[in-house]
Design a protein around this ligand. Structure first.
Ligand code: NAP
Length: 275
């Protein structure tokens, strides 16, 4: 029974991302942490960084998901390990860094990818506790991860932080106002910390994905009305794929982006992206 559900899970994740192997290996010798990396964008980023040569620590809240993701990527011959880490839990984050150091010897690349969105509706109708929860997961945990990663990042010659924001940072998604506000806050967090760490050659950048086909974004494309609304805003006239965001992450983490810090790369099929 357990075997059957594991196999089903493996099939589900494997079909949400393509497995074309990239032709470059820009991250040989690097070690990466990608949070929320057992599905969707985080999983594709973890896979792409590993395909380019990095050793990658996978994590998310559920052990079953961590085991599935590690199994898929290990079967592909990639160097990954995994553990449970809810980004909002201090003890989980502490273990994430300890285990990464113990298993892989250090840290060069931190990708902060987790987000929550428990509120749908007008911003001023959001309950205080819900507001706090969204800010805790989306903004505070990114701040804490960056702070806690710093001692390890400082040990390396050229290290970098990548924050997954959203095109909603620029143009709020309909009824996802609080989520959108947290994503705008991440742009400011990125700029500010990038300035602080520039003198140490630690680069900090953001990615702002558009509507990418994952579980998280299902309400933005599943119904015909939602799909039509999305298409009316996307000049390229299609949803993005997780691999398209993973390619941006690999570029930002690599030496090809050695002169880029404090920036946000928008991968949104041409959607509006001006504040
Ligand atoms: P997804 O496919 O639903 O995957 C979510 C992943 O996050 C899962 O691996 C989940 O695993 C993990 N997770 C959820 N809450 C977590 C927490 N508190 N701590 C650690 N892991 C957690 O989501 P996605 O669409 O890839 O979204 C990833 C990021 O991209 C988010 O920051 C989102 O805001 C951003 N983004 C997405 C889109 C889009 O259209 N998809 C657009 C713009 C921005 P567990 O359940 O095991 O924890």
């Amino acid at each position: 029974m357990l075997r059957l559900s594991l196999a089903q899970g493996l099939r589900t994740i494997a079909t949400t991302a393509t497995t074309t192997t990239p032709q470059c290996s820009r991250l040989q010798g690097k070690v990466a942490i990608v949070t929320a990396s057992t599905d969707g964008i985080g999983f594709s980023i973890a896979r792409r960084l590993a395909q380019e040569g990095a050793k990658v620590m996978i994590s998310s809240r559920k052990e079953k998901n961590v085991n599935q993701a590690v199994e898929i990527l290990t079967r592909e011959g990639l160097k990954v390990s995994g553990l449970v880490c809810h980004v909002g839990k201090a003890e989980d984050r502490a273990r994430l860094f300890l285990e990464t150091k113990a298993q892989f010897g250090g840290l060069d690349i931190l990708v902060s990818n987790a987000a929550a969105n428990p509120a749908v509706g007008p911003v001023l109708e959001c309950q205080e506790a819900v507001w706090d929860k969204i800010f805790d997961v989306n903004v505070k945990s990114t701040f804490m991860l960056m702070k806690e990663a710093l001692p390890l990042l400082r040990e390396r010659k050229s290290s970098s932080i990548i924050i997954v924001s959203s095109v909603a940072a620029y143009q709020p998604f309909n009824l996802l106002g609080v989520y959108s506000i947290t994503k705008t806050s991440l742009l400011a967090l990125c700029k500010t910390v990038a300035d602080d760490l520039a003198s140490e050659s630690i680069r900090v950048n953001c990615i702002a994905p558009g509507i990418i086909k994952t579980k998280f974004s299902t309400p933005l494309y599943e119904s015909e009305a939602a799909h039509d609304l999305a298409m009316s805003k996307i000049p390229l006239q299609r949803l993005g794929t997780t691999d398209e965001i993973a390619g941006i992450a690999a570029f930002l983490a690599s030496e090809d982006a050695s002169y880029i810090t404090g920036e946000t790369i928008v991968g949104a099929g041409g959607m509006l992206s001006r504040l």
